[in-house]
Write a protein that binds this ligand. Sequence first.
Ligand code: P53
Length: 478
Amino acid sequence: MTQGTKMPADFLWGGAVAAHQVEGAWQEDVKGVSIADVMQAASRTQPVRKFTDTVQAGKIYPNHWGIDFYHTYPEDIKRFQELGMKAFRTSIAWTRIFPNGDEKEPNQAGLDHYRQMFQALLDAGIQPVITLSHFEMPIHLVKEYGGWRNRKLIDFFVRFARVCFENFHDQVHYWMTFNEIDNQSDWGLPHHLLQDSGLQLQPGENAEEAMFQAVHNELVASAKTVLAARKVDPQLQIGGMLAMVPIYPLTAKPADQMEAMRAMQYRYFFGDVHALGQYPKWLRKYWAQKGYDIPVSAADADILRRGTVDFMGMSYYMSFATAERADGKLEFDEHHDLVDNPTLPKSDWGWQIDPIGVRWILNWMEDRWHKPIMIVENGFGAYDKLEDGHVHDQYRIDYLRAHIEQMEKAVTEDGVDVIGYMMWAPIDLISASTGEMAKRYGLIYVDQDDAGQGSGKRYLKDSFAWYKQLIASDGSEL
Ligand code: P53
C-alpha cells in the first residue's frame, strides 16, 4: 500500500459510465434509435466502428444489449453502495426522453425510468452526476437535419435539457452538456465527427469547416443550457466536459514547442469558450485565413459570454506528443500530426500511459480556465481473465493508484480545485471506440463476450477491494 493524501470528506469519489454503453434495452419504453444503436462492433486491430443507416441483419450492434443495466441497475447499485461510491456519473439517453429529438412533448416512460434509477442511487447514498449528450444523439436528427451543422438542433437540445432540469433538479445537482466535445478536433478521424456531432460528410466537403460550424452550434446550445438551468433552479451546477490529453513537444526544439502549443490551443478552444465565454483570437484569425464561414452573430457572442459553465468536467486516459510538420505549417489535417512519445509505455490498445500527465493537465486547466474541475473519467482498458470467480487485475490497480496519486498532488501541493474523481468504470461495459466487451475497465467483471454471449453474472475484481479501501480512507490508503 502507498501513502496517499487525505482528501476532503465531501470529495466526490465515484465511478462513471454512459447510458448507451451499459443500458441495452434499445427499443424499450418507446426509446428512439440513437447513433450508438447503429454502430457495429469493431476490434483492437480494426478499431473504427462502421455506422449503418439502419440495423443490418447478422451484424453485431453491442449497444443493443450493453450490460443490460436498464434492468439490472437495482442490483448493480447495491454493489456500488458496497464499494462506498459517493457519486455515479452516467448520461440520460436523449432518445428515451425525445425518441426522435424533434418532438414537442417528452416520453413519460423515459422520465419515469430515470427518476426511479436516480432514486435508487440516492437511497444508496450515491449522488448522480449527469451528462446530457454522450455520443448518443437521435439518428433522426442526423438523417433529417444533418446533425449539429443545423441550427435547429440548438432548440431541440435546449428543450431536452430543460425537461431534464425540470424533472430531476431535486435529484441531480451536477450536470454536463456535451461529453468530450473536443474529440472532434481530430476531424481526420470521421467517427469523432459522427459520435460528437452527427456529421456525415458529403463527398468533397471540407471536414474541418463542417466541424467548426457544428461545434459553434453546440457551444451556443451549451451556453443556452447553462442559462436555462439557472432559470429552473439557480442551485444547479452545469459543466462542460472535455477529453484532456496533454500534447507535449517531442523535443526542446522551438519549432516543436510552437507546434505543441498550437496543438493544445486547437484541441482546447472548446474549453476557452465554455469557461471564458469567447473564442480565442488565434482561432478567429485561423478561420479568416482559411476562408471559413462560421456565423458567430452578435447575439451568439452574447449568449456565449453569459452562459459560461460552473465547472469543468474532464476525462484523462493518456498523453500525446507532436513535432514540427515537414511543411512548417501550424495546421492539423490528420490527428494533430501526433507522434509516439518514446518515454511512455502503452496499453494493449496503444494508449500511452502517463500518470504525471494528469497533474500537468490539472495545473494547465487551473491556470487557463479558473474553474472547479471534476474528473469524470480515468481508467484502464485491459484484457481480464476470470479464474475461479476471481479477476486478479493488479495492472488496473497500478494504473489507478499512479493517477490518483498525481491527482492528489495537484490538489494538496499545487492547490488545484478538484471536486471529484469518478473512475471509468465501476463495472465492465461496451467500449465506445471499438464496441468491444474485451476492452474491460470495470472493478466489477461482467460475464459477457464481444457478441453479447455469456451469463451476464457479476464478479468483484481485486481492484474493487482496493478502490473500496481508498474511498473509505478518503484517498489516504492508496
Ligand atoms: P474506450 C478517445 C480518447 C479518449 C477517450 O474509451 C475517449 C475516446 C473516444 O472513444 O472516450 C471516452 O471505450 C468516452 C467514453 C469511453 C472512454 O473514454 O474507447 O467518454 O465513452 O468509453 C474509454 O476504450
